[in-house]
Design a protein around this ligand. Structure first.
Ligand code: NAP
Length: 240
């Protein structure tokens, strides 16, 4: 199966892995709809990708914590061949320093956001040819201190895909589990960024963090391969 002529909806597409995937699937001939918290976060990218690839692109403001907005947006696209749910916040602190409100807010975006988007997209997806790619992350099976909330959400996502792949078949449902991926350089000064890369380099067999484009490549594989369902694909530079 190739993506030509299909429609791909991506949440959290204003940056990082979601954005890189939007560009890649557009290059492969898909119509891509980029969504993120504000229209301003995705409009320029949708325009640039359309210009670059000649593909039809769309964009929507979509805060995945807003159930009514999720329903409206998923219902406004037409047929959704492939859904990729990248929207996420971040919460990093030792367990006993995190408040319940912080953990709940993290779950509200990364867990309930993915749940809501799938529920709302489902009636618009072709079951026999469609796919859903949820996002987990290495921090469930390959833990690091300070990332309890990531471990918990990622574990839930990975458990859910196995069940959903059976229940929603023939719709395919997979998850992708990125390893440390260099998507936040814009939030660091050059020294911090260098220290981040050096730290990751020492811990990964590939000797560097991943790129958003490398994870996007795996996301496109999960959309395209009709014999892959119920799996979590590690794209993690060999993280153990
Ligand atoms: N990068 C890594 O090392 C890594 C490793 C393992 C797993 N992952 C997972 O991969 C996914 C993508 O990560 P990334 O590195 O590409 O991060 P990213 O660049 O921060 O992308 C996440 C996007 O989601 C948006 N977002 C946040 N809250 C939202 C909401 N309520 N509704 C809609 N969009 C919202 C963010 O917008 P704002 O910028 O406005 O917040 C951002 O554009 C996440 O699930 C992450 O946990 C990443």
């Amino acid at each position: 199966m190739n993506l030509s002529g299909s429609t791909v909806v991506i949440t959290g597409a204003g940056s990082g892995i979601g954005l890189a995937t939007a560009e890649l699937v557009a290059r492969r001939g898909a119509r891509v709809v980029l969504t993120d918290r504000s229209a301003d976060a995705v409009r320029p990218h949708a325009e640039r990708i359309a210009e670059l690839t000649g593909a039809e692109t769309g964009f929507r403001a979509l805060d995945v914590t807003d159930g009514a907005a999720v329903e409206n947006v998923m219902g406004s696209v037409g047929t959704i061949d492939h859904l990729f749910t990248c929207a996420s916040g971040s919460v990093i602190a030792p367990f006993d320093e995190l408040t319940e409100a912080q953990v709940r807010q993290f779950f509200e975006v990364k867990w309930w956001g993915q749940y809501r988007c799938l529920r709302a997209a489902l009636p618009h997806m072709p079951k026999d040819t469609g796919s859903v790619t949820l996002v987990s992350g290495y921090l469930y099976r390959k833990v690091d201190p300070g990332y309890f909330a990531f471990a918990a959400v990622n574990g839930a996502v990975e458990a859910a895909v196995k069940s959903l792949a059976m229940e929603l078949a023939p719709l395919r449902v997979n998850a992708i589990a990125p390893g440390p991926t260099d998507t936040h350089a814009h939030l660091m000064n050059p020294d911090e960024h260098r220290a981040y890369r050096d730290e990751i380099a020492g811990r990964l067999p590939v000797g560097r963090p991943g790129t958003a484009e490398e994870v996007a490549h795996a996301a496109a594989y999960l959309m395209e391969n009709p014999f892959t369902t119920g799996t979590t694909l590690d794209v993690d530079g060999g993280k153990r």
